[in-house]
Write a protein that binds this ligand. Structure first.
Ligand code: ADP
Length: 290
């Protein structure tokens, strides 16, 4: 299996962009990208120019990570992709159409936020069932889907617990189960593990990459951790600040499913060196534009 090799249209993309990404769910040839971003910029109402025009195509089966220093517009770009904010200039399309067409089978989108955002008064299963309740899914079917989603994040035994009885990492897994229960095709994640200790984060990264692989998801993930980005991604979009823009696309050419062993390879270290240098460049560029 492989990701579509169509070169990325991002102006800052290297000749490598879109190439070398490894075994990922097979895209339909010539299908439109899952998300196509064309000249999309964002100036927030207070006047902050968060994003200069960005061109980016996200294809089926990719695990794309937006990596860059704080304030470079990663969350802004993710919010545009989520349809939570509109671009000031330019356009976005989802599966070749408008945002209104998302939500139908094969075009479902889910968002995982930085904090688990669980209802503290509701048990784990009720938290995960929320999107199905809101969609009017009959209770018996919803319960079966909640059970399956909790099993996928290894929380089957905690369905009747309250969020306060779970660790931070387990709460994030509940939040991921709540996203998975809607059977998304495109999963958007804004630094979901940023508040967790490194060991927990590594474990959740390993779980996530297995899920991505098994469920044939397309993921757009935000982080400022170089190591997390390398471990997870088929492609890293390195961003620079003031205004936020794409500096470079780096394809992580390592087969899936990946194991913890990847973290201690020379290849991993070489990617870490390349990305550390790119991020230094991204930060320096941001600083001179102040
Ligand atoms: P990052 O995710 O890379 O840290 P953000 O996209 O959160 O960057 O922020 C980019 C810039 O846009 C920052 O200067 C931030 O203060 C500003 N910003 C982000 N969201 C909003 C918003 N909803 N309203 C106004 N300004 C915002």
């Amino acid at each position: 299996m492989s990701v579509d090799r169509t070169p990325d249209p991002t102006p800052g993309a290297t000749a490598d962009a879109g190439r070398g990404a490894t075994a990922a769910p097979m895209p339909v040839r010539d299908a439109p990208p899952v998300v196509a971003i064309a000249g999309a910029s964002k100036t927030w109402s207070g006047g902050t120019r968060a994003l200069a025009p960005v061109d980016l195509a996200i294809r089926a089966g990719e695990f794309v990570t937006l990596l860059g220093p704080s304030g470079c517009g990663k969350s802004t770009l993710l919010n545009l992709v989520a349809g939570l904010a509109a671009p000031t200039t330019g356009t976005l399309s989802w599966w070749g159409g408008a945002f209104d067409a998302t939500g139908s089978p094969g075009r479902r989108l889910a968002f995982v936020f930085q904090a688990p955002t669980l209802m503290p008064w509701a048990r784990v299963d009720a938290n995960v069932r929320l999107p199905l309740d809101l969609a009017g899914v009959p209770r018996a079917r919803a319960d079966a889907e909640v059970g399956a989603a909790l099993a996928r994040v290894r929380l089957g035994d905690f369905a009747r617990h309250f969020p306060r009885e779970l660790s931070g990492g387990m709460q994030m897994r509940v939040s991921i189960a709540r996203a998975l229960v809607t059977e998304p095709n495109l999963l958007l994640m804004d630094e979901p593990f940023g508040a967790l200790d490194e060991i927990t984060r590594n474990k959740l990264d390993a779980d996530l990459i297995q899920l991505w692989w098994k469920k044939k998801l397309t993921v757009v993930f935000v982080t400022h951790s170089i190591y997390e980005a390398i471990f997870l991604s088929t492609r890293i979009v390195v961003m620079a600040a003031r205004p936020g823009r794409v500096l470079k696309n780096v394809v992580i050419d390592e087969p899936h499913p990946r194991t913890e062993g990847f973290r201690v390879t020379q290849k991993f270290a070489a990617y870490a060196k390349e990305l550390t240098e790119l991020l230094a460049e991204a930060s320096a560029k941001g600083a001179t534009d102040l």
